[in-house]
Write a protein that binds this ligand. Structure first.
Ligand SMILES: NC(=O)C1=CN([C@@H]2O[C@H](COP(=O)(O)OP(=O)(O)OC[C@H]3O[C@@H](n4cnc5c(N)ncnc54)[C@H](OP(=O)(O)O)[C@@H]3O)[C@@H](O)[C@H]2O)C=CC1
Ligand SMILES: CC(=O)N[C@@H](CCC(=O)OP(=O)(O)O)C(=O)O
Length: 343
């Protein structure tokens, strides 16, 4: 299968390209850049791929993408696909969009949280939210790949919310990400001197993943009213941890929590429940795994859940490939890394 990537020069796009190169069903990857007036050796644009990389970065051309490929992945910044994807939607051409432009069903919500014009309301309704362990992309042509914080948080929340184990207005999420989550663009927050040997909270009560998480949570339990969600920048490049706190519903104990996680994820290869052995970033970074630990504290009647992912793999390119595998009925593990970066 020939696949197209728009945005290979970005962090999510370059990782996605690297993963697709080893996908058994992918015969050719065509790369398109918006800054290119003529074909450019990929190595010049992304030196990490090395001087022997022969692939060319082609000028962006929607017609050429649809003529020469069977699916397109957009690994582009927020606010790009709300317009750029329109010809592909009109042509019902398969799209896997790693940005947030088509995740929120309500255009007013998108404009409130992203501060950008929303995509067409019908296109938003038709888009499939690709949380791979709970949704199936087969039969859909537009996949809105979830964000990294949303992925880690939703996988950590699902058993608790779906099985009504919590006090519904008690959710607190303290999520922390490495700087690669911000992409390659430099900001004062991600400047080395600011990030190194520091911890910085940002987006307090304004993070765009709040509506994304709530939208999916309320499909599981509409009575969950809100969640307190904070994000912190870690002085690491890659890795994301969502630490979740919730009051236990009456009669819930540690055994009930463990059973809920084991039952929920027993058939999901890429989600590993680690019980009371709380996971660390290094046991998932480099892989497509989500590791989740949970501990119930009877003294405070509080459930603690820790969910960790590689933000650019499971949080972006890896989950995009899970959706690709679902769309085309490929082996669910095809093209996905199962080994971590050592030491
Ligand atoms: N980083 C992460 O951990 C995660 C990122 N995402 C999402 O994935 C997307 C990419 O993120 P990330 O790789 O971190 O971001 P980067 O800023 O690193 O890369 C952005 C990419 O978009 C391209 N781009 C920018 N403007 C345009 C345009 N007008 N037309 C076409 N392409 C354009 C850039 O090209 P150029 O190099 O030419 O500027 C670059 O390839 C974002 O929507 C992000 O929110 C989702 C989950 C996790
Ligand atoms: C550290 C950092 O800046 N992280 C990014 C995560 C972006 C992401 O997950 O992508 P989407 O924009 O596609 O949701 C943030 O907090 O916005």
């Amino acid at each position: 299968m020939k696949v197209a990537i728009v945005g290979v020069t970005g962090y999510a796009g370059m990782v996605l390209y690297q993963l697709l190169k080893s996908h058994p069903e992918v015969s050719q990857i065509n790369l398109y850049g918006h800054d290119q007036k003529q074909a450019q050796p990929l190595y010049e644009a992304v030196p990490q791929f090395g001087p022997t990389e022969t692939t060319l970065l082609l000028p962006y051309d929607a017609d050429a993408i649809m003529a020469d490929n069977q699916v397109v992945f957009f690994a582009t910044s927020a606010g790009i696909t709300n317009a750029l994807a329109v010809p592909f939607i009109k042509a019902h051409f398969p799209v896997i969009d790693l940005s947030g432009d088509y995740r929120l069903k309500d255009p007013a919500q998108y404009e409130k949280w992203y501060h950008k014009p929303a995509a067409d309301p019908k296109a938003l309704q038709d888009a499939h939210f690709g949380l791979a362990e709970f949704e199936n992309a087969q039969g859909h042509t537009y996949i809105a790949n979830p964000g990294c914080y949303a992925t880690a948080t939703l996988l950590g929340l699902a058993p608790l919310v779906q099985q009504h184990l919590i006090v519904k207005d008690s959710l607190i999420v303290d999520a922390k990400s490495g700087t690669s989550g911000a992409g390659k663009k430099l900001t004062t927050l991600t400047h080395f001197s600011q990030t190194n040997e520091n911890l910085q909270l940002y987006g307090i009560n304004t993070h765009k993943h709040i509506p994304e998480i709530m939208q999916e949570v309320q499909t599981w339990d509409p009575e969950v009213p809100a969640l307190q969600f904070t994000t912190t920048l870690l002085p690491v490049t890659t890795g994301l941890m969502a630490t979740i706190y919730a009051k236990a519903a009456p009669g819930v104990n540690g055994a009930a929590v463990a059973k809920a996680f084991n039952d929920t994820y027993q058939n999901d290869f890429f989600v590993r429940f680690t019980s009371e052995q709380l996971p660390t970033l290094k046991q998932v970074v480099g892989s497509n795994f989500t590791d989740i630990g949970a501990i119930y504290n009877p003294v405070t009647n509080t459930i603690l859940v820790v969910s960790v992912i590689d933000n650019v793999i499971k949080g972006a390119g890896g989950q995009a490939i899970q959706n690709f595998n679902q769309m085309f009925n490929f082996d669910p593990l095809a093209g996905l890394p199962t080994t971590v970066a050592l030491p």
